[in-house]
Ligand binder design. Structure first.
Ligand code: SAM
Length: 296
């Protein structure tokens, strides 16, 4: 069984990037009246306590959402980051940030009554937490929680009834085969439903598969004649350093990216403003930077 638990990482810089992109995309996709189906292939537990044991152990949110929240007191945030912060704050009282909504709750918050959300989660305890958290929503038949492999499970929902869908694919990449599975899933999904919006998060780490993933998604989009957008956020150097005691120190996740096929046409402008501010506010050293590329 996997050891990855998103509770250790909730609200970190990668979540800031992923969830800001997710919110900006959903704001656009929910402007049209027609029903939207959202498929979250790797849902996680749904809600996280930033003052709980998991988050306190890693303290990753301190360099992510909490830094952004603190900066917002003196720095006006760009609209996409402000929308992200406001959405997170809507799960909290006052200006304290103790609860962090994962992708299932961010998505559900933005959906209209006639939209649908399908959540896939394989880990038994995250699945239990997710099902319990979703039950509190009393969202009825709008939200389905499925204890299934998201890579396979989404097939039965594509194409969706109203032919409008967003697929968020956010694996932990704990196993190397996840990279290939993401590519197979996107390829297969484009055959089933060519006009869907596909959003893939991936870590930028020194591993060939991680390096290849965005390159191969771009080739796939280009071959299918689809528009694409690729955003990355780096917060620190990826160099392995040595401590004074001579021990090797790994930097933790230094950067991550979001690759979208059929992105909303408004997304690039939103990120053009938000990404430089993300890189400035979340910088952990002088290597912090961002990239934004798109094509059609
Ligand atoms: N998307 C969530 C968010 O933004 O809040 C975080 C998801 S976390 C990065 C990845 C999750 O996928 C973990 O909870 C893990 O247990 C789950 N998982 C791993 N392999 C899976 C699979 N094949 N299908 C569904 N869930 C899986």
């Amino acid at each position: 069984m996997f050891s990855y638990r998103h509770a250790f990482h909730a609200g970190n810089h990668a979540d800031v990037l992923k969830h800001t992109v997710l919110i900006a995309a959903l704001q656009y996709l929910t402007e049209k009246d027609a029903a939207l189906t959202v498929l979250d292939t790797h849902a996680g537990a749904g809600l996280y306590r930033l003052d709980g044991d998991y988050a306190k152990t890693s303290a990753e949110a301190a360099d992510g959402i909490l830094r952004l929240a603190a900066a917002s007191a003196s720095t006006p945030l760009t609209p996409a980051l402000q929308a992200y912060l406001e959405l997170v704050r809507s799960f909290n009282t006052g200006h304290s940030t103790k609860v962090y909504p994962g992708s299932p709750f961010i998505i559900q918050h933005l959906l209209r009554a006639h939209d649908k959300l399908k959540l896939f989660e394989l880990h038994p305890s995250d699945m239990r937490s997710l099902a319990g958290n979703v039950a509190q929503l009393e969202a009825g038949r709008q939200v389905a929680v499925l204890h299934e492999d998201g890579f396979e499970g989404i097939k039965k929902f594509l194409p969706p009834p109203a032919r409008r869908a967003l697929v968020l694919c956010d694996p932990s990449y704990e196993i190397k085969s996840d990279y290939g599975k993401v590519l197979d899933m996107v390829q297969d999904s484009l055959k089933r439903f060519a006009t869907g919006t596909y959003a893939v998060w991936y870590p930028i780490i020194p591993r060939p598969e991680a390096h290849d993933l965005p390159r191969r998604l771009k080739t796939m989009a280009q071959k299918a004649g689809k528009s694409w957008l690729h955003a990355t956020l780096t917060v620190k150097s990826s160099k392995i350093t040595e401590t004074l005691e001579g021990q090797t120190k790994r930097p933790g996740l230094p950067a991550s990216g979001m690759f979208l096929i059929n992105p909303p046409h408004t997304l690039k402008a939103a990120l053009k403003d938000a990404l430089p501010q993300m890189a400035t506010l979340l910088a952990q050293d002088k290597h912090a930077t961002h990239t934004l590329e798109s094509g059609s």
